[in-house]
Write a protein that binds this ligand. Sequence first.
Ligand code: HPA
Length: 266
Amino acid sequence: MKETIEFIQKKIRDFKPELGIILGSGLGDFADNIDGVRIKYQDIPGFETSTVAGHKGQLVFGEVLGKKAVIMQGRYHFYEGYHISRIVYPIKVMKKLGVKTLIITNAAGSVNKSYKAGDLMVISDHINLMGVNPLVGENDATLGDRFPDMSEVYSHALVDFVQKKGKELGITVRKGVYAAMSGPSYETPAEINMLRIMGADAVGMSTVPEALVANYCSMRVLGISCITNSAAGVHPSRLSHAEVVETAAKTKDSFMKLLMAVIEEI
Ligand code: HPA
């Protein structure tokens, strides 16, 4: 960690990010227009290289609407084969760099039958069904407690704020529970039924490890999902990554608008 932080600080000098943003599938180009320092994951000591199509794999340090931010353009997924502790390493790095608020975005399938592809959903809570917890192992007490509380992983104030902003902008923002599966296979219709019974509204393969660790590190967390498809069994059609990326791209404009409005006042 010391080596990672020293490496990054040599590049960004006295820039101190307070806001962290993780860009999910199809949203990566949000960071393209930001004037700042870009560091590829593969060049950072302690980071892995990201492999999924549609994900770039770099940290971007710069100002977004006057807020000092570090943006993850692309993220690590558990299904890529990394140890779960490697997936959340960038979150711990953000914490050490001074980040106080983390905005996490993702693409997700709708479990809730009233949701439609193209909807945005602010995450009110999550269910971790990945089968692993990123905090397993030795605890670093400088970051957080051994047994951290998880009763408000996603800031209720930020959830309300996003819904208010959505209304002002005329963008429908659902509020729901995100269930995380390990992937990489999509779910079966029976699994989606199970998730619905459990109280999930959306399903995806990311976000939960990062949100969990950010909360452990006492960061304020906001999660927003782009609903890219109906989950398995809701409609007779088959699921594909191409559909996920395509819908995310189509929804990008309203997603960015909402994101910018939120960042402006965060
Ligand atoms: N299931 C899991 N992950 C996803 C989905 C889905 O239907 N859509 C986008 N990410």
